[in-house]
Design a binder for this molecule. Structure first.
Ligand SMILES: Nc1ncnc2c1ncn2[C@@H]1O[C@H](COP(=O)(O)OP(=O)(O)OP(=O)(O)O)[C@@H](O)[C@H]1O
Ligand SMILES: [Mg+2]
Length: 468
């Protein structure tokens, strides 16, 4: 792949060459037309003068060559010739410069013609001029005077002109290639500067940015998008780091509980009941950890890649119903009733497993954080070009100050109570991620003492049409 600079120079020089060639051809053809028409007019004038000087001397014509150009027609070297012919083309008189030769004769080319012919191996311009018969003479008494001249000096002139044109073109091309090289260098300088700073920035740290101000406006876009990419990368890195830190912190607590319970149990010999109680507690904590790890894995799998979803056209009411059946045993254990109000036919483009996960988490919260013998209601309805799913409970609600944070990972309103209930503080963030990947929104409305409603809005599917 040729460099940008080489390409710029090549295109530039090729365009200039084409333009200069056209200009050169135009100039050359114009000059040669001027030169040849000057020769023709000179020859025609000369033929007229010779015709005027022709004299009838008995049975043959003589040409009285004016003194001014007598010298010209004397020798072959002069390169000037004339020949006088009668109307039938028979030679009657000619210049001494012709020696024993005749000028080429074309009887069909009358009354006057201009021709370039090869004569004695050299190009010669011939003009034939036919006189009008005098009064009382018959047309057959008309004369044809051919005047010719070698084109040596004209050819030489044109040859030199062409040479000068070619040399000038070459000089211009070389100069413009050098100039173009310098211009390309100057134009590409900011690009080199950008790529150098990109190199520096990517080697340094993620929080470095390219300074956009000194960059030419045409290239600001590149620098700006690089900076945006870096900002996104930095954000992703930071979130990843925080997530890892949070996850290990959250896993450390139950782990240290297990360790200390084990240590205490082993310190001395105990009754089987005591061992059983310790093991039960260890098992419960391990289950909590296992659930947490599962949720962490789910979050990691989700990432931010919407392409990872296996989408199909789903009836959201049906998905909600399926989730309700899955949490039914938990609801029964806690004596919580679940009412579903949904009509069929509210379709969305979604990943079934992921959306079931959303409802399971919302229902799990609504059951866990509820009053004894409380109620939960699930609704699926149409909301403009969206499908709205609501999960409401009549539990204690979420305080206003916590409402903005509950979607964050590991955020629990009442940490100890939530952990007691087996909560890792990940459920709502998983829901929010899934809904976001589906192009929807999740919001929570809650009033302390009155209950909580979670609203999930997903774009409604156009039947039989996948979203682009
Ligand atoms: N329906 C609700 N009523 C009252 N509080 C709620 C409700 N849903 C969530 N919360 C509060 O928001 C916090 C975050 O909920 P989230 O579902 O993310 O985590 P979790 O239920 O504690 O744990 P996990 O869902 O990971 O098992 C909960 O700890 C709880 O304090
Ligand atoms: Mg939860």
């Amino acid at each position: 792949m040729a460099s940008l600079r080489a390409k710029l120079i090549t295109y530039h020089v090729a365009l200039l060459l084409a333009l200069l060639s056209v200009l050169g051809l135009l100039l050359y053809s114009r000059l040669s037309r001027i030169v040849y028409s000057a020769v023709d007019s000179r020859l025609l004038a000369r033929a007229g003068a010779l015709a005027a000087g022709s004299v009838d001397s008995g049975d043959a014509r003589q040409v009285d060559v004016p003194d001014a150009f007598r010298w010209e027609y004397r020798t072959t070297q002069s390169g000037s010739f004339f020949e006088l012919r009668d109307s039938a083309g028979r030679p009657m008189a000619k210049s001494a410069s012709l020696g024993g030769l005749d000028l080429p004769w074309h009887p069909e080319a009358a009354p006057a013609y201009y021709q370039t012919v090869s004569f004695q191996g050299e190009p010669v311009r011939v003009v034939a001029y036919r006189t009008r018969p005098d009064e009382g003479e018959s047309p057959r008494d008309a004369l044809v005077i051919q005047c010719a001249t070698r084109l040596r000096s004209e050819r030489e002139l044109l040859r030199r002109f062409a040479g000068t044109l070619a040399a000038t073109t070459l000089v211009i091309l070389v100069a413009s290639a050098l100039g173009g090289g310098a211009i390309a260098q100057a134009v590409l300088k900011p690009i080199r500067a950008i790529s150098a700073s990109i190199g520096r920035v990517s080697e340094a740290s993620l929080n470095e940015r390219i300074e956009v101000a000194p960059i030419p406006p045409e290239l600001k876009g590149i620098a700006a998008s690089f900076n945006r990419t870096m900002a996104r990368l930095e954000g992703a890195f930071r979130r990843q780091k925080e997530f890892t830190a949070d996850a290990s912190h959250e896993l450390r607590t139950p782990l240290s509980v297990i360790i200390s319970q084990g240590e205490v149990a082993l310190r001395k010999a105990r009754d089987p009941e005591e061992y059983a109680a310790t093991l039960g507690s260890i098992l419960q904590t391990a289950r909590l950890m296992s659930g947490m790890i599962e949720k962490l894995l789910a979050l990691a799998r989700l990432g931010t890649d919407a392409g990872a979803l296996q989408r199909e056209c789903l009836d959201l009411g049906e998905v909600a119903q399926g989730a309700v059946e899955l949490v039914a045993p938990l609801a029964r254990r806690r004596d919580v009733s679940i009412a579903v109000a949904s009509h069929a036919g509210f379709a969305v483009w979604g990943d079934r497993a992921a959306l079931v996960e959303v409802f399971m988490n919302l229902l799990d919260n609504a059951i866990k954080y509820n009053r004894p013998s409380g109620a939960v209601s699930v609704r699926v309805e149409r909301d403009g070009d969206h499908v709205l799913a609501t999960v409401s409970d009549a539990g204690p609600g979420i305080p206003e100050k916590d409402l903005g944070n509950v979607l964050e990972r590991f955020y629990r309103v009442d940490k100890s109570r939530s952990r007691e209930l087996g909560g890792a503080g990940l459920g709502l963030s998983i829901c929010s991620e899934i809904v976001k990947l589906h192009g929807g929104t999740l919001c929570i409305e809650s009033q302390v003492g009155a209950g909580t409603t979670v609203l999930v809005r997903l774009p409604a599917a156009q039947q039989h049409a996948a979203p682009s």
